[in-house]
Design a protein around this ligand. Structure first.
Ligand code: BMA
Length: 892
C-alpha cells in the first residue's frame, strides 16, 4: 500500500489555494509533546518507557531496571548509564486546523545535554547546552497524522572527554575532580550542571534526558519566545517605570505590525506602543511610566516589610489578527551594592542596600535539591524554602556548580522575601573560550537573564564560583609563563562575554565578577585581584577544619562572608535508608565512599575531639549513632560561633577589619544522603544546625564570648526600630537546675540595625562571685528582654571550657510523654535530671519538624511541639522518637 504524506508546508499551500484565510483568533497553537516517551541505550540495548520531562535514571528506576541510585554504592555501579548514549523517542499525531499558520517550531526548554534532534528521520538540529532553550523550525518536516520524534543524546562524560581531547592547543584544567569525589572528568567542557560530574557533596550522576518541556508551536505571524517585565526607579524623575523586553520568532517574510498594551490596574497604569517586527529585528523593548507613583508599595526582603505584588497584563496585538497575552506580577524595589570607604579601615565597604536601606544578609548556599532534577517538585521546593525563612534567613546564594533554578523557585523566593544572589553556572574550574563555546554562553546568559530578571528576589548576579581565586592562588598549577593566556581567557569569558550580555539584558542589579572577589577593587586590578580573599574588600569564602572553631579569633573578619562551613553526617535514619547494618561504622567502606571530602571524616572527628567527650559505649551501633549526633553538634556549634562573630562585627571596625554585612554559610540543602556541610538533609529534615540557625539568625540576639580574660555580651538587632532592653545573665552549675546567680543589667537602648557591646566583665571574678563557680563547673546563659518581661531572641549561652573538661555534667533526658496537640501536631514532654546541652529529638523516618531542638535544657521539664508532614499518631511518634543529649555520650 502506498502511503501519502504531506508536509505541513505543502498542506498549507494546497489549502491556501482553496480556502480564503481569515484572521485567526489565537496567535499560537501549542502541542505539548511531553509525557510518555521511550528510551533506548545504544550500547546496552536496554529499552524503557521514559517520562518527559525526565532523566534516563528516572526511567530505568521506574522500569525496575535499577535500584534506588542513592543506595549504598549504586552511584559507582550505575556509571554505565552515563556512558551509554540514550535515544528518547515517541510517535505523536499532529492534526487540527492549521490552515492559517505559516510556521511550526519544535521547542525544547532544556535538553540534558548533547543531542541530535530528528523528526521523521530527518535531523532538525543539535543541542549542547542544558541551560539554553532550543527552537527548531520543523514546518517542512512535520506530517499531518503520525510523526516520529527522536532525541539522540550523547554520553556527557564521553562528550566532555572528546571536547577536551580536541582542545589540543592548551589544556583547560582541572582535568578530573579529586579521586575522593569519585567524579567524572572535564565537566568544564560541557554546559551542564557541573556538580552532576561529582562534587565534594554530590555523587556523579551525569544524567541524560529531556529536562524540561517540549512542545510544538504553530503560528502564522509571530510567536513570543521570551518576555521580561522589570520595574525601575528612574533616577532623575524619581518615578517608577516598567520595562518590557519581548523576543519574537517571526514567521512572516514581510514585516508584522503590532501594538503592545500594558495594564497595571491597581496603579491606574495603561501604556501602549506600536511596533514592527521582522525576521531580523524580532526584539522589542519599551519603557512605560507608572501613573500612580504614590501608590506604589515596595517589595521588601523578609523581616524588612511586606511584599505586595501588582497584577499586570501585557497584550501584544499583531495586525494579522493574533493576540498574545501574558499575566505578570510586578514588584517594586531597588538594589544597590555599596562599596565605599569605611572610616577607620582600609578598603571598601561591601553591602546591599534595598530600597535605600542597608540590609545584613543572613542565609546559606543553595545547591540542586536532587541529582535527578525531575524529582524536585514544587512541594519539595516549598518545604525547603519555608525552612529557609523559618530559620530566620533572608537570603540564599544559588551556587554556580548547580543549575539556574526552575521559575517556581524564584517565585517562591519573591513571595517569601528571600534575597537571591545568583551565580552563573561556572564553578571551581577554568573554561574554554572557543567561539562556539562563547556563543553558547551568550545564548545562555541572555535567555536566563530574560527569564529571571522580573524576580525581585534576585538581588545580585555573580559571574562564577571561585574562578578568580583559582587563578590568583594558582589552584591548577599553571606555569608562570602560561598565566597570561588563562587570565585573558578569564576576562574574555566572564567580562567581555558574560558581563557584556548581562549588561544588555539587565542593568538593574549589581554584578560581581566572581565569588569570592574584591568587587570594585578586583575591577581596578583588571578583574583579577592578587588576593580575592582580602578581608577589606568584597566577599570572602573561608574554610578551616583543623583550627578550634570555638576560638572566634581564628575567623577572618571580612566585609561579607558568602561561604564558610563545617561538615556533619545526616541523621541515622537517613543513613540507614541507603545502607545496610554492615555499613554502620565510620570506617566502613560505605562511610568512606560517601564522604567526598579528603580527610572529611577525620576532620569531623578532630572537631569533636577538640570540644566534646567521645562515646565510651562498646556497642558499635550506638557508638556510630552517637558519632553522627556529635558530628551535628560540632557542626552546629562551629557555624553558630562563626555567624555570631560576623553578626557582632556588623558595625564595628577592629584592627582595620569589620563592618561585616553578610553571613551565608555553606550549604543549605543536600542532593543525597551523605556527609556534607548542609543544615537540611536530603529529605528536608532539619539537622541540628538548622535549628541553631533559627536562633543565631533571629533578628535580635544576645551574643556571649570571651575576649582576653573578659566575658563579653553583645546585643545585635536587625530590626528597624530601637528597643529598650535589659540583659539577663544567669550562671548555672552543670549539676543543678538551680541558677547559681542572676545578673540583670540596667535598661539600655538597642538601636535599630546595630550591634552593641552591653556587658564586659572579667570572667573569673564574675564566676567566683557567683556561688564560687569555676569555668569547669559552670555555664552562662543570656536573655534579652524588656523590663516587663517580653523576650527578644532566644536564650543564648556560653561554655567557658570545652565540654570534655567540665565537671558535673550528668543530666540525662528522657521522653516522658507524647500527646496529640491538634491535626498532625504532637507535644513531646521531656524530663531531664540535670542541665543538659544539645538535647536533640529525632523522629526517625517520620518526616516533620520540631518547634525547637538541639537546645540547652536548664529546666527539669520541657515540652516541644512536633509537626508531622505525614499522617501519624502519638503512638507511632513515640515509637520512632529518640532523644539524645551530650550526657548520653558518657553512657556505657
Ligand atoms: C566551596 C564551594 C563548593 C564546595 C564547598 C565545600 O568552595 O564553592 O565548591 O562544595 O566549598 O568544599
Amino acid at each position: 500500500m502506498m502511503t501519502v504524506t504531506l508536509s505541513l508546508f505543502q498542506f498549507v499551500t494546497n489549502l491556501v489555494a482553496a480556502v480564503v484565510a481569515g484572521p485567526s483568533a489565537h496567535g499560537l497553537r501549542t502541542d505539548d509533546l511531553g509525557g510518555s516517551w521511550m528510551a533506548v541505550g545504544a550500547g546496552s540495548g536496554v529499552v524503557v518507557p521514559a517520562n518527559v520531562p525526565g532523566s534516563i535514571h528516572g526511567a530505568l528506576l521506574r522500569a525496575g531496571k535499577i535500584q534506588d541510585p542513592y543506595f549504598r554504592f549504586n552511584d559507582l555501579h550505575y556509571r554505565w548509564i552515563a556512558y551509554d548514549n540514550w535515544t528518547f523517542y515517541r510517535n505523536f499525531s499532529f492534526s487540527g486546523d492549521v490552515r492559517h499558520q505559516q510556521k511550526v517550531v519544535l521547542v525544547f526548554d532544556s535538553i540534558d545535554t548533547v543531542a541530535k534532534v530528528s523528526l521523521n528521520g530527518r535531523t532538525v538540529g543539535h543541542t549542547n547546552n542544558m541551560f539554553v532553550a532550543y527552537r527548531f523550525d520543523v514546518t517542512h518536516l512535520l506530517l499531518l497524522g503520525s510523526n516520529e520524534i527522536s532525541v539522540a543524546i550523547e554520553s556527557a562524560p564521553s562528550y566532555a572527554a572528546r571536547q577536551n581531547r580536541d582542545h589540543t592547543s592548551y589544556s583547560v584544567p582541572p582535568a578530573c575532580p579529586p579521586h575522593k569525589q569519585h567524579g567524572e572528568c572535564h565537566a568544564n567542557f560541557i554546559r551542564k550542571t557541573q556538580s552532576s560530574f561529582g562534587w565534594d557533596w554530590a555523587p556523579a550522576f551525569a544524567t541524560q534526558g529531556i529536562r524540561l518541556h517540549v512542545r510544538l508551536e504553530t503560528f502564522a505571524a509571530a510567536a513570543l519566545e521570551q518576555l521580561s517585565i522589570t520595574t525601575h526607579l528612574e533616577k532623575h524623575s524619581e518615578g517608577w517605570q516598567v520595562a518590557v523586553v519581548a523576543v519574537f520568532d517571526v514567521a512572516s517574510p514581510v514585516s508584522v505590525e503590532g501594538s503592545l498594551l500594558l495594564e497595571v490596574p491597581a496603579l491606574d497604569t495603561i501604556g501602549s506602543q506600536n511596533f514592527s517586527l521582522t525576521q531580523s529585528a524580532s526584539r522589542i523593548e519599551f519603557v512605560i511610566p507608572i501613573t500612580q507613583n504614590d501608590s506604589v508599595k515596595l517589595w521588601w526582603p523578609r523581616g524588612e516589610g511586606d511584599r505586595p505584588g501588582y497584577d499586570a497584563t501585557v497584550t501584544f496585538e499583531l495586525d494579522q489578527g493574533s493576540i498574545i497575552q501574558r499575566n505578570a506580577k510586578l514588584y517594586f524595589r531597588t538594589v544597590e551594592l555599596v562599596q565605599q570607604t569605611v572610616q577607620g579601615s582600609p578598603g571598601l565597604s561591601f553591602y546591599l542596600r534595598i530600597n535605600g536601606r542597608p540590609v545584613f544578609l543572613r542565609g546559606a548556599n543553595w545547591v540542586p535539591a536532587d541529582s535527578f532534577l525531575e524529582r524536585v517538585t514544587r512541594q519539595r521546593l516549598e518545604n525547603l524554602l519555608q525552612s529557609v525563612v523559618d530559620a530566620n534567613m533572608n537570603s540564599l546564594r544559588v551556587f554556580g556548580g548547580g543549575i539556574y533554578e526552575q521559575s517556581i523557585f524564584y517565585s517562591l523566593c519573591d513571595e517569601l522575601g528571600i534575597m537571591v544572589i545568583q551565580d552563573f553556572m561556572f564553578a571551581c574550574a577554568l573554561y574554554p573560550t572557543e567561539p562556539a563555546f562563547l556563543g553558547s554562553v551568550r545564548d545562555e546568559v541572555s535567555q536566563q537573564v530574560l527569564r529571571l530578571s522580573s524576580h525581585p528576589s534576585i538581588v545580585m548576579w555573580v559571574s562564577n564560583n571561585e574562578n578568580e581565586v583559582a587563578l590568583a592562588r594558582n589552584w591548577f598549577d599553571i606555569p608562570e609563563h602560561l598565566e597570561p593566556r588563562y587570565r585573558s581567557d578569564y576576562i574574555n569569558l566572564y567580562i567581555e562575554t558574560l558581563r557584556n550580555v548581562l549588561l544588555q539584558e539587565d542593568k538593574s542589579r549589581p554584578f560581581l565578577p566572581s565569588s569570592p572577589t574584591n568587587g570594585a577593587d578586583s575591577k581596578r586590578e583588571g578583574w583579577l585581584a592578587r588576593n580575592p580573599y582580602d578581608t577589606h574588600y568584597g566577599d570572602v569564602h573561608y574554610y578551616n577544619y583543623t583550627a578550634d572553631c570555638w576560638d572566634w579569633k581564628t575567623f577572618p573578619c571580612a566585609r561579607f562572608l558568602s561561604e564558610f562551613g563545617y561538615q556533619s553526617w545526616p541523621s541515622f535514619s537517613s543513613v540507614a535508608e541507603v545502607s545496610l547494618p554492615e555499613d554502620w561504622q565510620l570506617n566502613s567502606s560505605f562511610c568512606n565512599i560517601r564522604q567526598h571530602l579528603i580527610d572529611g571524616n577525620k576532620y569531623i572527628l578532630q572537631q569533636i575531639h577538640q570540644n566534646y567527650p567521645i562515646p565510651v559505649t562498646q556497642n558499635p551501633l550506638r557508638s556510630f549513632q552517637l558519632i553522627l549526633y556529635l558530628s551535628q553538634v560540632s557542626q552546629a556549634q562551629c557555624v553558630k560561633m562563626q555567624v555570631e562573630f560576623y553578626r557582632r562585627s556588623r558595625n564595628e571596625v577592629k584592627h582595620g577589619e569589620g563592618w561585616t554585612m553578610g553571613a551565608l554559610y555553606w550549604q543549605l540543602n543536600d542532593v543525597w544522603q551523605a556527609p556534607s556541610w548542609s543544615s537540611l538533609e536530603y529529605s528536608g529534615k532539619w539537622k541540628m544546625l538548622h535549628y541553631f540557625a533559627k536562633d543565631f539568625f533571629a533578628p535580635v540576639v544576645p551574643i556571649l564570648f570571651e575576649d582576653e580574660e573578659d566575658l563579653m555580651v553583645y546585643a545585635v538587632s536587625e530590626l528597624n526600630f530601637d528597643l529598650k532592653l535589659i540583659l539577663k545573665l544567669t550562671v548555672y552549675q552543670w549539676d543543678s537546675f538551680q541558677p547559681a546567680c542572676h545578673l540583670n543589667s540596667s535598661e539600655f537602648l538597642l538601636y535599630a540595625r546595630t550591634s552593641q557591646s552591653v556587658l564586659r566583665r572579667p570572667l573569673s571574678t564574675l564566676l567566683e562571685s557567683c556561688a564560687h563557680c569555676s569555668p569547669t563547673r559552670c555555664l552562662l546563659t543570656a536573655q534579652l528582654m524588656t523590663s516587663n518581661g517580653i523576650h527578644y531572641g532566644q536564650r543564648n549561652y556560653h561554655f567557658p571550657v570545652p565540654l570534655h573538661r567540665v565537671k558535673g555534667l550528668h543530666g540525662l533526658v528522657k521522653v516522658a510523654a507524647v500527646n496529640p496537640a491538634g491535626p498532625q501536631r504532637f507535644t513531646v514532654v521531656l524530663k531531664a535530671s540535670a542541665v543538659s546541652p544539645f538535647v536533640f529529638l529525632d523522629a526517625g523516618t517520620l518526616h516533620g519538624r520540631f518547634e525547637d531542638n538541639g537546645f540547652l535544657m536548664v529546666e527539669p521539664v520541657k515540652s516541644v511541639i512536633f509537626r508531622a508532614w505525614q499522617k501519624t499518631s502519638a503512638h507511632e511518634l513515640k515509637r520512632k522518637l529518640t532523644v539524645t543529649s551530650l550526657c548520653d555520650v558518657f553512657q556505657k
